[in-house]
Design a protein around this ligand. Structure first.
Ligand SMILES: [Zn+2]
Length: 358
């Protein structure tokens, strides 16, 4: 049985009941949300509304006005897989599709894995093995995909160590073993207090980790449930909507990140793009890569991106919640005016009340 992130969340809530009480969100089967039309199209509509909540969304996606190519490292979180699983598909099949496209298009990619799924379904270890054997490294994304706001720093550190034991025990390629101590925070949550943030960073640095920040995040994972529902219904119009809106969102967020990096640093930085290992991402991977390339993106290795000196900057900024990229954290630390607008999209819930899994 596949253990989805929602299951992990439920398990974590059982483990940490106080945090669960704080994290409780309105359920979609009651109140306003119960009156929403159940059709696929409507769910896509509301998803679009929330993902494009920022002013200016949808206007001018092309990054063609950039004078230089934009260097972007592609990273894939949540190996061996996340989100809804369409009928007839497997986690390994999705991973193989993604690997094939990345290799065919000669795109370097870096994966970040959790181990909790392997506990209930050891066969999913084959995803990690095939990813590594294809020449793509694997970093640590915590064992249980923990949300740092909800746990103590000691629990978090122990979970990182547990994932490291999983990776070190696997028969991965030499390169992957050599550079596995690269860390990606689940939910991009780096700590809701400065003390907790600093404690985790100290653990990471004391143990030889480097932090793989994110500068481009279009919430790709949020489209998986809608994609799967439309697929199950054979809803061609719904699928077209999901695909088009996700594509628009991808380019819009790239453009925003490019503009924000110029505002913060006065230049084009080497960006780091966050994607996830889901069915929708695999289905769209080839088109997504081509679209980025047409917009001026040149894909680079994560190691090259992380050599950009901006990643030595410590925003020294704590925030409760999720989904603030490295650039947004720096902007917030500098108290740029955009902060309130950026925070609006961090609830993790679509407007139809459906929890957005990842
Ligand atoms: Zn994740």
């Amino acid at each position: 049985m596949n253990l989805l992130k929602s299951d992990v969340r439920k398990r974590n809530m059982r483990k940490f009941p106080q945090a669960a009480a704080l994290a409780r969100k309105p359920r979609y089967k009651t109140g306003f949300y119960a009156n929403l039309a159940p059709q696929c199209f409507m769910k896509v509509f509301w998803l679009v509304i929330i993902l494009f909540a920022a002013p200016g969304a949808g206007s001018g996606h092309a990054v063609a006005d950039q004078p230089h190519e934009i260097e972007v490292a592609l990273t894939v979180d949540d190996l061996p897989g996340m989100g809804a699983l369409p009928a007839g598909q497997t986690r390994l099949g999705i991973a193989r599709d993604m690997i094939r496209i990345l290799r065919t298009m000669h795109i370097p990619a870096y994966g970040f894995a959790n181990g909790v799924q392997l506990e209930t379904d050891p066969a999913q270890a084959s995803v990690l093995k095939e990813w590594a054997n294809a020449g793509f490294p694997i970093g640590n994304h915590t064992f249980s995909h923990l949300f740092l706001d909800q746990v103590q720093e000691s629990t978090y550190a122990a979970d990182i160590a547990r994932m490291d034991r999983v990776l070190s025990s696997m028969d991965l390629t030499g390169d992957s073993l050599g550079i596995r101590r690269v860390f990606r925070y689940p939910y991009l949550s780096e700590g809701n207090t400065i003390a907790k943030r600093n404690a985790v960073r100290k653990y990471l640095f004391d143990n030889g980790y480097r932090i793989a920040e994110v500068t481009v995040d279009y919430h790709d994972w949020a489209w998986n449930d809608a994609y799967t529902r439309c697929l199950a219904r054979g809803d061609r119009a719904g699928l077209d909507q999901v695909t088009k809106r996700a594509a628009d969102s991808a380019l819009w967020h790239l453009k925003q990140s490019v503009q924000l990096s110029r505002e913060l640093f006065g230049r084009d930085i080497r960006h780091i793009l966050l994607l996830h290992m889901g069915a929708f991402e695999a289905a769209e991977m080839g088109a997504n890569i081509s679209r980025y390339q047409a917009a001026g993106v040149r894909f680079i290795a994560l190691s090259r991106a992380m050599a950009d000196p901006i990643y030595a900057v410590n925003p020294d900024y704590a925030y409760p919640g999720k989904d603030m990229t490295f650039l947004h954290q720096i902007a917030a630390a500098r108290k740029l005016a955009m902060q309130p607008r950026l925070r609006r999209r961090s609830s993790g819930y679509a407007a139809d009340g459906q929890p957005m899994r990842r």
